[in-house]
Design a protein around this ligand. Sequence first.
Ligand SMILES: Nc1nc2c(c(=O)[nH]1)N[C@H]1C(S)=C(S)[C@@H](COP(=O)(O)O)O[C@H]1N2
Ligand SMILES: [Mo]
Length: 536
Amino acid sequence: MTDAPRSPGVVAPAAAGVAAVALGAGLGELVSGIFAPAASPFAVIGGALIDAAPSWAKDAAIALFGTADKVALLVGIGIVLLIVAGVAGWLEARKAPWGRVIVLALGAVGAVVAMTRAEASTLSWLPSVVAGVTGAAALMWLVRLVLRRGPARATPQESAAPGVAESDTPDAAPPVLSSARPDRRSFLIWSGVATGVGVAAAFAGSALRAGSRSVTVIRDVLTLPRATGTAPAVPASADFGIDGLAPVITPNADFYRIDTALIAPQIDPADWSLRIHGDVEQEVTLTWDELVALPLGESVTTLACVSNPVGGDLIGTAVWLGYPIRELLARAKPTADADMVLSRSIDGFTASTPLDVLTDERDAVLAIGMNGQPLPIEHGFPVRMVVPGLYGYVSATKWVTELEVTRFDKATAYWTDRGWSEEGPVKLQSRIDVPRGRQSVPAGETVIAGVAWQQHVGVSGVEVQIDEGAWQQAELATPISDDTWVQWRFVWDAVPGDHTVRSRATSRTGEVQTDVQRAVVPSGATGHHEITISVS
Ligand SMILES: Nc1nc2c(c(=O)[nH]1)N[C@H]1C(S)=C(S)[C@@H](COP(=O)(O)O)O[C@H]1N2
Ligand SMILES: [Mo]
């Protein structure tokens, strides 16, 4: 056994693999930062996984992809990559060149995926190819050092230090300097250098992408045109100003964010245009300059996500500055048989919206402003859609660049392809914000308060039920319009003990919010929000 082909062990080759892949991945990020910001190897693989995931996993949560999910996804990709890197190192030491082949293949997969993404540009393949080639070269070099430093066959002099015997390949051995173990030292040094350079390059790459993101700067210095016409004022009585109750207008920084984009698309307004095409008599193209020259209006609309569970907070209200989509469609003149508009984002996301919803009198807008600011980049800068009455997945396309007039029986959209309902009208809902569930409150007068909504239908009342008691009318704040949520409050003379509190809304058409509990898939959750309070 001692004279059998020497085993390089597992740890050193695996470490060589990790160091080599760290170098390659880091250089890939750097190259992406310089040449192809949307084609970070991590981001393209992550983006492809996001698009692929929902069809395998029929889990509702997957539809969310909020910020936390994205971090989890990137960490997950990093861990898988480290494992593959270790395996590649081990393989390279045993069955060269198969370790290198794996690393090159990873790069090739990244390049192919990058070129097939909607955001692909001519150089999108470059970061992944650089990552693969430099990673493979580094792997070859580091594993050579591992093998040269010798096996776990100790010479008598070195028996106290197994695994560091002299090399038996004198032709390749570097000159012996002061140390008796030069190859081990150079392996450690070079793998440290590779890892360090890789990490530094990754940081430099993401700094290039983020820090000097010119679109951030462009947005910061942009001044929105003034709204023409009278903005629908938000009456002071629309907000009770209760601590812990969602404010009637949601600050941009607190507005929920849901999308499939790992890196929010960076669009310079000067490069933006909207193309209206498909079943139209007249194709229309609109540039940013043309859009801001139009008479823009303000509208207050509540946006909700179909993935919002009962009691959840994937909902918010903003004052949007925009231009009616109906006016643009009127220019394009949809043909008589068209019944749907497939809006498309620059990153390939699509939403299918009924044509009649976009052409009736409601405030369905191409929005450029959100609460007095240009749209935040994560909320669709420079232009998105906002449509009162429909969930976001069928209407609220961010970074929108295309409206294709078509038919529901001719085309499908991103989430409808993944099992979500074609129609996405918002369901009647109410939520209890204060007290927080499981909070303990002192006995006596207690304010229970929350919000209720059914956009474009409107809410006419909210009732509260304590334990199994009768439903009692809550007080509504002044609704801004039928397109927004409305605050409600109820003063309760709380008696000691544990109590269950439920709320239900009534719509302006007389519908009473159902207590039937339905999951968010395929068309939005139903049921009563219920909290438990202990009164002392
Ligand atoms: N380009 C793009 N637009 C999109 C999405 C997306 O994934 N990509 N998600 C939609 C969904 S599901 C919702 S609920 C809203 C959320 O908008 P917000 O992030 O501004 O709150 O955006 C919609 N527009
Ligand atoms: Mo959504």
